[in-house]
Design a protein. Structure first.
Length: 573
């Protein structure tokens, strides 16, 4: 596999504690101690640049200072060696991180003791650790002074500028878990933190208390919102992490259960197996689980939980087949509906099919093994891309290339309001995340290549809408999209109209892209046309009229030893 890692980053939380955590809290180490070559380093960091070299020129000092920002310490002790004594004591970088490309430069300025630093910004990390792609030219004039005959920087930048090539070793993605509005599943909100175990549990809990990102906030429920606060630092006992909160008074058992699920799923990322939650110092017995809880107590909140018997599907000859190359039992497997697109509900009991070979196209929705009723959609000229997400009672699809329609099993179809959908051009397909929190869409302006977008799904007591669509993988032409899990998308895409179509796995914040090797193109030049993915399932593609799966870093036939013909592979959801 080829991995294009733009950046795995975070705000550098550089001092002894986190903002909002009492100064008296004792730092704890949560997770296994480092071993091997890294055992003598600050945990998790493999980059160890040295201090200034005697006799270095002013521009060399700036270049080495920039490299020293990746040193394995949270207080940038090595980087401070490049500063004047006063600045070394007072420098406190904040305001996020500017991630720059590899083509940065430091050249002597017009005046002695000045150096002009230039770089291309590729992304930014905000104070909360949220990642966003952001291109632009950065420039900064460094001022240097002689200290004991050696150049030292007297005006270090207030924010961090860090080379993207170092991030996979210095920062790691973590998820803050919030809840869906129903309080039945957790939803990830990706942040980037310096890869150290010390204080990481505190940082994660503080992140929950600070709340979801602005983009995700309308789509999720957060039981850590005000007045909940961290009363003291997270403490590690012999077997249990203790989290002492305040502000839980008045929460009912269901609310406390959601809070517990958020906390357990978040802290599990740092190898926390058991947590005791206290309110103002008093242990809380939540939902009958006792004062000590494990993630297993909240396993049902798993955003990537798939039914054990969940199978893949595809179309062939207008019929729906399973990934065992067997027709689905009932009418949909017989070809009578002349299916051109389909989606199966998460629990595998319901199906939505589109018969697109007639005008107007026909939508059927119902029990997968039964005769399917026709759903009347007056004024329809085109239908595409049914998707169920995490609900077994409603399916969404694209109508006339410009509307998103929700069809409930027991309710009339409705058009879903979507804030900037009309700005995207013709909507070609959509895919809802299985936690029901996000919607991916492929759309194209007239005469332009199709692009990928992502938006939050905002659910109220009696309403649902789609929030602002933002672009993902802006440099790619995207032709197909599917959800791998709650944090990743699988896409078919190419860099230009003449480039080969490749299969990629893409983080939903656009920070990381993995290319699945050797995506096949037919001898005729026909590229793959559709992709399907699901948690702990093999990625499927349709290449021409042949179904392939990705196994052991290569593409093989869907069933070993023989070619399987078909199109439009999909998994439940």
């Amino acid at each position: 596999m080829r991995r294009w890692r733009i950046a795995l980053l975070s705000v550098a939380l550089v001092l002894a504690g986190c903002a909002g955590i009492p100064d008296s809290s004792v730092p704890v180490v949560v997770g296994p101690a480092p071993t091997g070559a890294r055992a003598g380093q600050d945990p998790g960091l493999g980059i160890q640049p040295g201090g200034p070299v005697k006799g270095s020129s002013s521009d060399q000092i700036v270049r080495d200072f920039f490299k020293a920002l990746t040193a394995a310490d949270a207080e940038f002790k090595v980087a401070r060696e490049y500063l004047t004594p006063d600045e070394a004591k007072s420098w406190r970088p904040g305001g996020g991180v500017n991630v720059v490309g590899t083509a940065w430069g430091a050249q002597p300025g017009a005046k002695d003791g000045t150096v002009n630093f230039t770089a291309d910004r590729v992304a930014q990390i905000d104070d909360a650790g949220g990642y966003s792609t952001d291109s632009g030219q950065l420039s900064y004039e460094f001022h240097l002074a002689k200290v004991n005959g050696e150049w030292r920087i007297s005006n270090p930048p207030d924010t961090l500028w860090i080379d993207s090539t170092a991030f996979s070793q210095v920062y790691q993605p973590m998820s803050l878990y919030f809840a869906n509005p129903a309080g039945t599943q957790v939803v990830p909100d990706i942040r980037y933190y310096r890869e150290t175990h010390e204080q990481l549990a505190n940082r994660l809990v503080k992140g929950l208390i600070d709340g979801p990102s602005q983009t995700l906030a309308p789509a999720v429920r957060d039981e850590f919102e005000d007045p909940v606060a961290l009363r003291s630092g997270v403490k590690l006992g012999s077997d249990t992490v203790e989290v002492d909160l305040t502000g839980l008074k008045g929460k009912n058992d269901q609310q406390l259960g959601v809070l517990s699920a958020q906390l357990l799923w978040t802290l599990a990322q740092v190898n926390v197996s058991a947590v005791q939650i206290s309110n103002d110092g008093t242990p809380v017995d939540i939902s009958g689980n006792g004062p000590v809880q494990t993630r297993a107590d909240w396993a049902s909140f798993d955003p990537d939980l798939m039914p054990v018997n969940a199978t893949g599907y595809y179309l062939d000859g207008g019929a729906v087949f399973t990934d065992k190359a067997q027709p689905v039992a009932g009418p949909v497997g017989g070809g009578g509906y002349a299916v051109t697109d389909a989606a199966v509900s998460f629990n595998g009991t319901q199906i939505a099919t589109i018969s697109g070979g007639v005008s107007p196209p026909v939508l059927h929705v119902g029990a997968i093994t039964s005769e399917l009723p026709v759903i009347d959609l007056p004024g329809t000229t085109s239908l595409a891309s049914p998707t169920w997400g995490g609900s077994d009672s409603e399916v969404w699809l694209v109508r006339n290339g410009s509307e998103i329609v929700q069809v409930g099993l027991k309710s009339a179809p409705v058009i879903i309001p979507a804030s900037n959908l009309s700005d995207l051009g013709e909507v070609r397909s959509i895919a809802m995340s299985r936690d029901g929190a996000r919607l991916a869409a492929i759309a194209a302006q007239a005469g332009e290549a199709p692009k990928l977008y992502l938006a939050p799904i905002v659910r109220g007591a009696d309403s649902v809408s789609v929030g602002q669509f933002t672009p993902l993988a802006a440099n790619l032409e995207v032709s197909s999209v599917s959800w791998v899990d709650s944090r990743r998308l699988a896409i078919l895409a190419r860099t230009s109209s003449t480039a080969a179509v490749q299969a990629h796995l893409l983080m939903i914040d656009d920070s990381d892209r993995e290319t699945l090797s050797n995506t096949p193109t037919l001898a005729s030049g026909e590229p793959p046309t559709a992709i399907a993915a699901a948690p702990e399932r093999q990625v499927l593609i349709a290449s021409g009229s042949t179904l392939l799966k990705y196994a052991d870093n290569s593409w093989v036939t869907l069933i070993a030893g023989r070619a399987v013909t078909g199109t439009r592979p999909f998994y439940p959801g």
